[in-house]
Design a protein around this ligand. Sequence first.
Ligand code: G4P
Length: 542
Amino acid sequence: MTGTDSGSGPTEVRTEAARRRTFAVISHPDAGKSTLTEALALHANVIGEAGAVHGKAGRRGVVSDWMEMERARGISITSAALQFSYRDRVVNLLDTPGHADFSEDTYRVLAAVDSAVMLVDAAKGLEPQTRKLAEVCRLRGVPTITLINKWDRPGREPLDLIDELTSELGLHPMPLNWPVGVAGDFRGLLDRSTGAFVKLTRTPGGASVAEQRTLDGAAAAADAGDAWSVATDEHDLLTASGMDFDAAAYRAGTASPVLFGAAVINFGVRQLLDTLIDLAPAPAPRPDAAGTARAVTEPFSGFVFKIQAGMDAHHRDRVAFVRVCSGRFERGMVVVNSATGRPFATKYAQTMFGRERTTVDTAYPGDVVGLVNATALGVGDTLYADHKVTFPAMPLFAPEHFAVARATDSSRSKQFRRGIDQLAQEGAVQVLRSDLRGDQAPVLAAVGPMQFDVAAHRMAHEFSSPVTLDHLPYTVVRGIERSSEGFVTSAHGAEVLERSDGARLALFTDRFRMNAIRQKHPQLELHPLPGDHPDATRPPGR
Ligand code: G4P
């Protein structure tokens, strides 16, 4: 990882933290996240040619239990963070699993970043997965920059697309640049702060960084003709509509700077990187569970936002990915797990992105460290050195998929129970139980169905207790008061279960069922479990 070994005082930590920009890309599958990642890395000179970082095809070299699953489905469960330098800054791009591997991990990454980039397909506008993730960002106040991608091919009107940010997400759009030419006839970008025209230049296949050609207004009018005058008219309209940049509103997460581009030809990507460096927040003091902020210059602290088991098929290892919040991390240091008070030696520390694995020797606030052999750590755990701190528990998200797990071999009930408890403690799946179902048939609950595949695989291979999973027809979940439970347990198409963190959850086959029970029993008290629930608690047994 980037860092100097000269001195390790607060000044060094403050300087290094201020250089960091830690963000994630939120998008719907196929909006161009992999393409954008490659294009960003190309600008940052991490690699010589696009395609080497995160291409879906040709991912090699990771010896992992998940390798086959990843290859077969074109997904990236083992990926965590890509670090690169750009200008004088260090950028950490945290991977947000998408596609079939969309899961609680995808949400949890948003607890570990300081800002987000929302990638929108110019032809499709906001899509369901983007909306869900944007909602989590809104609830957490994560500042978000929007990139409208694929302007090189036919798509929607730009004004129509930015209107959608307000109408669908309640996010005030602040375009920093504006496309010259309709989608599919991309001529370049009007830089709204300077009024200059950044002319589209192409390199074959976007495989290297193109020269940037900038023209003034008169030259732009001569070059792009009507397309330029349409863009300048729309720019004036945006100004008249109060859509100029407002830094405070961006930082508060209520307004989003908007950029246009085409990742596949690597155009508009430099503008995105510059915007991230210039506007996105650096790591800030992080509030602990009691609300007291821990300065970045305090001794080392961080929290686990993702656990990845079975990274190495030959060793049953687990890697805990930690976001550093304060201080300087040095590989080999002994830190304390605040949940248990036990020390944890950090002999093996890595980072991984795509097929790359690198040893981490030093890390600063904003960086991600993968701690190998993290058998005692769970998602949400805080690690610290010297001064004790406990960061707020990782929220548990509203599950959308439910299945009953049963051991295929009933003589292995001990292994079965141990495995299920372990998965719940790690946060790999949520585990729900009721007296009615008994301990031999807990209900697994997940945000994405892929979590079930991972759970079943690990039960068989790691805990030697293969399971069958019977999917349940529930689609709606709510928190429920104990006093209301009788109304639900006596109804068809509904059930009450206890999650391993103690929360009582009511499950319904669909909204109609829930509303019918509500109508019959107006006293029924239910409360929603939004994507990011503020009173969520840590995983069980902690
Ligand atoms: P994802 O990670 O968000 O799922 O998206 P990915 O980058 O894989 O991109 C999905 C498809 O969209 C790819 O095409 C990719 O080339 C294309 N794409 C991404 N950015 C742009 C863009 O700016 N303009 C255009 N025209 N296309 C873009 P594919 O046909 O699915 O794959 P490939 O064979 O091109 O790799």
